[in-house]
Design a protein around this ligand. Structure first.
Ligand code: KG4
Ligand code: ZN
Length: 367
């Protein structure tokens, strides 16, 4: 089997990204990354306190040619070396996705090579395999980002079963909203992560968000029936909007106590540390519990929030205690990138999945 070199494109939100990735021929560590280029739009959206979809699509249009050229150049490759093109089909901002999908289609058409549609979250999951090789399966993988907090069971390579998800805000969204209400800027995750290092994480007792089977409006379980014991299958979902409201109330109270003045830096650091302690605990409690219920042989955490220093440290400590290997991507593969789309793309291509020319961007898309 001749190893394939693939160009991957990711434009689902506010990063224009392209990567070149090749097959190794080694089943245990199937891919090697040859280049990984990301043009971040964070500076543009910071001014507005969050991603402005129309600005995002327009910036993708400006950046995509240069980003793809740079990815090829850094890989020492040309279009003629490519065996396929992979692109994020969704979920994401439809105007942003369309730029990548149209661009990838044009390349595939021009060079007569297959076009591979990739689900953004499959990319986040495969970022772990790109870095570490195939995981011991079954694996419980938490994808935690600005748009998603979803827990998957990976029983076979490339097969993802949704076990739990957020019922309201994603964890990254909670970080971004809390940072905004503290006046800290965008994106909030890295800023809170940093400030939390100097704060007291027990200064404020925020409620630990937890969905239990005793919830009044009992929703249907997220996991397919039979995967989890019936007594726990409603307990794997996440919820972060109540925590965000608790922080918002506290900030209002503290500002009131200061006669409307801004909070002191020490107070802000304490709020960041206390908020982060609870988010990390909620994420890890559920993920480790589910891993035990599922008989997982490894646990993975990926997506933008997996860059969080406390989440990484606590996950590793818990994994060591439980005797469960824990995998996280390197920081360069945590937040959005095209390398992970390339990894998922090569997996799908070898599974025989390619797209027709009528491939469309999908704002919402299930995995
Ligand atoms: O995966 P990603 O780049 O985009 C989505 O698919 O959403 O994730 C972005 C999210 C943002 O909410 C950002 O605040 C969060 O990841 N994030 C972090 C950290 N770095 C990025 N959250 C907590 N701690 C971090 N160090
Ligand atoms: Zn993402």
């Amino acid at each position: 089997m001749t190893p394939i070199t693939l160009l991957a494109i990711e434009t689902s939100c506010d990063e224009t990204a392209a990567a070149v990735i090749s097959e190794t021929g080694d089943a245990a560590k199937p891919w090697t990354l040859r280049s990984n280029v990301v043009a971040s739009q964070a500076a543009i959206h910071r001014e507005w306190g969050g991603v402005v979809p129309e600005l995002a699509s327009r910036q993708h249009l400006r950046d995509i040619c240069g980003v793809v050229e740079e990815a090829l150049e850094k890989a020492g490759a040309t279009f003629d070396d490519l065996g396929a093109v992979a692109v994020t089909q969704g979920p994401g901002l439809v105007g942003s996705l369309l730029v990548g999908v149209s661009f990838a289609k044009s390349i595939a058409w021009t060079y007569g090579i297959p076009l591979v549609p990739v689900h953004h979250l499959a990319g986040h999951i495969e970022s772990l395999v790109l870095q570490h090789g195939e995981l011991p399966l079954p694996a419980a993988v938490l994808v935690v980002s600005g748009g998603h907090t979803s827990l998957y069971l990976v029983a076979e390579p490339g097969q993802y079963s949704l076990i739990g998800r957020t019922r309201d805000d994603a964890a990254g969204e909670a970080y971004d909203k809390v940072a905004k209400l503290l006046g800290l800027g965008y994106p909030g995750g890295p800023i809170i992560d940093n400030l939390a290092k100097t704060g007291n994480d027990r200064a404020y007792a925020f409620p630990l968000p937890r969905m239990t089977h005793a919830d009044r409006n009992q929703p249907a379980p997220t996991a397919p029936s039979g995967l989890l014991p019936p007594s726990v299958e409603r307990r794997v979902d996440f919820s972060f909007s109540g925590l965000k409201t608790a922080v918002s109330r506290l900030v209002d109270d503290r500002r009131g106590a200061r006669g409307g003045a801004e909070l002191a830096p020490g107070e802000i650091a304490d709020i960041c540390a206390s908020f982060q302690r609870v988010v990390v605990q909620a994420l890890l409690d559920r993920t480790f519990e589910a891993a035990a219920w599922l008989g997982a042989r490894s646990l993975g955490i990926s997506g933008g929030v997996s860059a969080n220093s406390r989440l990484r440290a606590d996950a590793e400590a818990r994994g060591a205690k439980a005797g469960l290997p824990v995998f996280v991507p390197p920081l360069s593969l945590s937040t959005d990138n095209a390398a992970m789309i390339g990894a998922a793309g090569l997996r799908r291509l070898r599974d025989g999945v390619t797209a027709d020319w009528d491939l469309n961007a999908q704002a919402s898309l299930s995995l």
